[in-house]
Design a protein around this ligand. Structure first.
Ligand SMILES: [Zn+2]
Ligand SMILES: [Zn+2]
Length: 135
């Protein structure tokens, strides 16, 4: 979730009924009432942001409740709270410094770890060095 703007300049303010629904989710954290869209600036389609993360139980994995809403019509049709799977992409997959994309599966635009100045493997501390620091 993003309470500060990191990407798209669209913001959602949850209605009291939506806040109540988010706070009622078992194992969730305290919901924030106003959040910035998490997708890349200039994206097409609906705005998206994580509204609530729910801890899993022994039998159920953790899951994420997303809010999505139409551009230019925040309260219009298409605004909804729904459960979406996460994007499976990972930066430096398998490495100590692996970073998962925290956007929903099938999102438009780049993965969130690609926002901002370009990152390459050369910018990241190599695994062998991290392991040495751990010793
Ligand atoms: Zn957006
Ligand atoms: Zn992604």
């Amino acid at each position: 979730m993003s309470i500060r703007r990191v990407s798209c300049p669209a913001r959602i303010v949850f209605l009291d009924g939506e806040m109540a629904a988010l706070d009622e989710l078992e194992g969730g954290f305290t919901a924030e009432q106003a959040l910035w869209c998490a997708l890349e600036e200039g994206h097409t389609g609906l705005h998206h942001v994580i509204a609530q993360c729910v801890r899993g139980t022994e039998t159920a994995p953790p899951w994420v409740m997303w809010a999505r809403w139409p551009p230019g019509n925040e309260y219009g049709p298409g605004r909804e709270l729904l459960r979406l799977d996460s994007c499976p992409a990972k930066f430096l997959a398998g490495a100590v410094s692996e970073q998962a994309c925290s956007l929903p599966e099938g999102h438009v635009g780049r993965h969130d770890y690609e926002f901002g100045p370009p990152i390459t493997e050369a910018d990241v501390m190599p695994d062998w060095l991290l392991r040495r620091l751990d010793e």
